[in-house]
Design a protein around this ligand. Structure first.
Ligand code: NAP
Length: 219
């Protein structure tokens, strides 16, 4: 599958690397390739790109040409504009892993959209021809692609979206990455719930003292 990952941060790097390892053709989308590649500090995109030569790097509009799947790994507030800058055909699946965090009121961050709306719904409303699937926003980036490294993957991963075929495709990718318990929460309005789970996740982060935890639905 040809996959464009929008975002060069921790999430973009993790997902691009993990999906490329599974044989997908991956291009990372950035606002400016030269600037991103010049980040050669530890964790910087240039450092990461040097060890992942099979992954392409391009501006949003070029990275997304002919993509079967576009991953939104941008800051919440940059997501609508970022997806808007992509070159996407009608029906393209957008895997939205972003959280609508607002750090403008101190720590922990609040959500700039919540309760009766969500970032995923904003994306779906703004781009009705795309098929938005929300997933993976409830766990730290490394767990997204190496879930078996925490409790052998014994935790839950949520998906929601309006298009069943798109959710099935994303679920297949997640299963291929090692996610063992993928729970379909229904239509895109369920993103209100999984995005709000961040409010608890952020508190847990301080209590647990590490980001290596996530939710498990016991039933
Ligand atoms: N970090 C995690 O473990 C984690 C877990 C779950 C969900 N999330 C969510 O996933 C998303 C990505 O997380 P992250 O930690 O990888 O994000 P990040 O490092 O804060 O940002 C990702 C990339 O977005 C680009 N960017 C930054 N500001 C932008 C703007 N105003 N307009 C367009 N592009 C901009 C930058 O790339 P360029 O400079 O190269 O363009 C940056 O490297 C966020 O929404 C976050 O809440 C994160």
């Amino acid at each position: 599958m040809r996959i464009a990952v929008l975002g060069t941060g921790m999430v973009g790097q993790s997902l691009a690397g993990g999906l490329a390892e599974r044989g997908h053709e991956v291009v990372v989308g950035t606002r400016d390739p030269a600037t991103s590649l010049a980040r050669t500090d530890p964790g910087g995109f240039g450092t990461w790109a040097g060890t992942h030569p099979a992954v392409g790097v391009a501006r949003f509009a070029e990275a997304t040409v002919d993509a079967d799947l576009v991953v939104n790994a941008l800051p919440g507030e940059a997501s609508v504009a970022g997806v808007g800058a992509a070159t996407v055909a009608d029906g393209t699946i957008v895997l939205d892993v972003a959280n609508p965090l607002d750090a403008g009121h101190g720590m922990p961050p609040t959500l700039f959209v919540a309760n009766t709306d969500s970032l995923a719904e904003q994306l779906q409303r703004t781009f009705p021809a795309l098929r938005v699937v929300k997933s993976l926003n409830t766990m730290t980036a490394p767990l997204m692609v190496t879930p078996r490294e925490l409790a052998d993957g014994d935790f839950s991963t949520f998906v929601c979206g309006d298009d069943d075929e798109a959710k099935a495709l994303v679920t297949g990718l997640l299963t291929d990455l090692g996610h063992r318990d993928v729970i379909d929460l229904g239509d895109i309005t369920a993103a209100r719930g999984v995005e709000a789970m961040m409010l608890v996740w952020l508190r847990l982060w301080g209590v647990v003292g590490s980001a290596r935890f996530t939710y498990k639905i016991v039933r």
